[in-house]
Design a binder for this molecule. Sequence first.
Ligand code: SAH
Length: 342
Amino acid sequence: MGNIADRLARRIEADGPISVAAYMAEANAHYYATRDPFGSAGDFVTAPEISQMFGELIGAWIGDLWSRAGRPQDVHYVELGPGRGTLAADALRAMAAAGLKPPVHFVETSPVLRETQARRLPDALWHDDSDTLPEDGPLLIVANEFFDALPVRQLVRTEDGWRELVVALEDGAFRRAPGPIRPAPPGDAPPGTIVETCPAASAIIAGLARRIAAQGGTALIVDYGPVRSGTGDTLQAVSAHGFADPWVEPGERDLTAHVDFEALAEAAGREGVRVAGPRTQGEWLVAMGLDLRARALARSAPERADEIGAARERLAGPDEMGDLFKVMALVSPSWPEAAGFA
Ligand code: SAH
């Protein structure tokens, strides 16, 4: 199990330092393939695991857009990186209330999480990547905390130009260092500046946008990161609900980086879809009726009123997930405007 660190070390010894992106890709593939990291006993808690309200409001959002699009019957629900399947289960319940019961497609690489998802949604169909998604109807796509797990490249501005940051071995430990010279990214910056790009995210979003433009439908992306592209090193490791060193124990801690929504919107826009948002998760959830839903739940389970109020705060409070997380939608040009972004 722990031999992923050995494997990376042997590879670096044999071939030389590897890019930060290659390190992050290997580490996360092992991390997700070998555990269920969610919940209080794991490493981190995601929005759908905090409260059913999160998935229900997303399902209601999809149901509303689909109704206004004329209730096409050949649609597919698609989720990227569905975790435990909790969001899908909550969203599908809310969609069914609107009369929408689509087949379910999960893009998931982890065999462990596929098993967890299958217990929750036995009829789902699994895909290794989004290339094999159906082509015969509109796609209703959701991705919550998926893009932040994709590998980022890091470039650093040095005195003699931009260099790729690589992971080397020093006294048996992984150490990040400036590597080969690379073409300069747009705009200049003082020495020491780090710029991140996520080629995998841009490729995936462009592929999804192309499908939505051609087939109809929408994609709702929820993740953490700024509205505008910035500079700086945002790669972080999380283990047992605390920050950890990303260069220690690769594959045993979750590696994530801020999602660059501006870059995603540009890549999607080039494929001919409309982009709504990004807007903060707190604002979007409130616009979608979070407070009404919380009150209704508390009325039907008064003994859980405090817990429901606390969950509402964690999802939408500005010092919790409310401001850091953003919601962005891609919508087919032939579909109506998405709710929650005005
Ligand atoms: N959306 C879930 C889980 C988020 S964690 C939630 O909100 O709880 C990230 C998820 O993406 C996990 O299910 C992980 O196995 C999956 N994943 C990570 N990298 C992936 C990749 N390259 N391809 C497909 N799935 C991936």
